[in-house]
Design a protein around this ligand. Structure first.
Ligand code: EPU
Length: 326
């Protein structure tokens, strides 16, 4: 990890005097894990956000925009770069659309939609983090995905230095994927296309989603949501070893998608811990910090799970969580 030099740091501090130095990332992530970010800045407008990214690029300082901190693991050694947190919120309802800034909380926007009598985003109620982060990772749960509700995304394209509005198709969404993971962009806002519907039915659906989450996922713990992506397969030959070793639920075979949580469960790894990192006893795809876990515990545990899945079941698990500083 290359350390930032004094000149790089000074230019940034002069341009943004409110920049903090060596800010613990454990304070800003759901996992409550992570060493210090060499530089850390909270910005309050799109212009400030773009300028901060541009300054970082000019100074050759690695940069990272932190959404809600709900899907990221930061290294114990921290991050030699600038972490930018966008404290930029504000939403409006316009007919069947909701326009939100990237820093708005996903759960809040889902509730606003229901209150406005709009349906189609009830599933977002329990999604942690910001809506900008949800767009970035095409977040989804309980049958919904961002790609089903996004109309347009307001972005700053870092390579072309242009502000643009992308259509849904231009975002290239796929399961937990978008073009934003592959090309550097700053997500500034999103417009969701929903439908007028029965507000009472939507409210009931939202409550059902929250109850289902409580039922199947760990509550009140420090975690970054699901650790691995579910395993999509095109052809059953891709899961031949798993099929030989385990009876796969028919629903998963029919959907051509094996739940990572089920794989980890069937490996008998729920409750397995390394240091203070533990595979949740409630859901196999959640890794929880029992208090004082280190990133290296999480990495060791996640590597152990991957190794078991590969060696015993022929399955290659892919990370869903983002890694910073490794
Ligand atoms: N299962 C087990 N054991 C477990 C966990 C799950 O047998 O320990 C089985 C369940 O019984 C069910 C199947 O696996 O038959 C799927 O489980 P679940 O319904 O909990 O959903 P999931 O596929 O594990 C996905 C998303 C979650 C989202 C839920 C709810 C991924 C990686 N995960 O989980 O999203 O909240 O659906 O719809 O796509 C996230 O992305 O961080 C996340 C938590």
């Amino acid at each position: 990890m290359n350390m930032l030099n004094e000149a790089q740091v000074n230019v940034f501090l002069q341009t943004f005097p409110l920049t903090k130095q060596n800010e613990s990332m454990a304070l800003h992530t759901y996992m409550k894990i992570g060493g210090p970010a060499r530089l850390y800045l909270v910005v309050h407008s799109d212009e400030e956000l773009i300028q901060a990214v541009q300054t970082a690029i000019e100074q050759k300082i690695p940069w990272y925009i932190l959404g809600g901190g709900s899907n990221v693991l930061v290294a114990d050694e921290g991050y030699q770069g600038i972490v930018i947190q966008a404290d930029i919120r504000g939403h409006s309802v316009d007919g069947e659309r909701i326009v939100a800034k990237a820093g708005d909380f996903t759960g809040l926007i889902a509730r606003i939609a229901v209150d406005a009598g709009l349906v189609g985003f009830e599933w977002g109620a329990g999604v942690p983090g910001t809506i900008g982060g949800a767009v970035y990772g095409n977040a989804g749960c309980f049958g919904g995905e961002m790609k089903d509700v996004v109309s347009t995304v307001d972005v700053y394209n870092v390579s072309s230095r242009m502000r643009k509005i992308y259509t849904n198709a231009e975002c290239q969404f796929a399961y937990r994927e978008s073009r934003f993971k592959r090309e550097p962009h700053v997500i500034l806002g999103v417009s969701l296309q929903l439908k007028k519907g029965d507000s009472a039915v939507a409210k009931a659906k939202l409550e059902a989603v929250m109850a289902a989450r409580k039922e199947s996922q760990p509550q009140g713990t420090f975690s970054a949501g699901c650790l691995f992506k579910n395993v999509e397969f095109a052809d059953e030959s891709n899961i031949a070893t798993l099929r030989h070793e385990r009876e796969i639920p028919t629903t998963m075979l029919a959907s051509k998608c094996i739940a990572a949580g089920w794989i980890i469960d069937t490996l008998g790894l729920k409750g397995k811990s390394i240091g203070k990192a533990q595979i949740s006893t409630v859901h196999g795809n959640f890794l929880v910090n029992l208090g004082g876990a280190r990133a290296q515990d999480v990495i060791a545990l996640s590597s152990f799970v991957k190794m078991k899945a590969r060696d015993e079941l022929g399955i290659l698990l892919q990370d869903e969580v983002q890694y910073l500083g490794f």
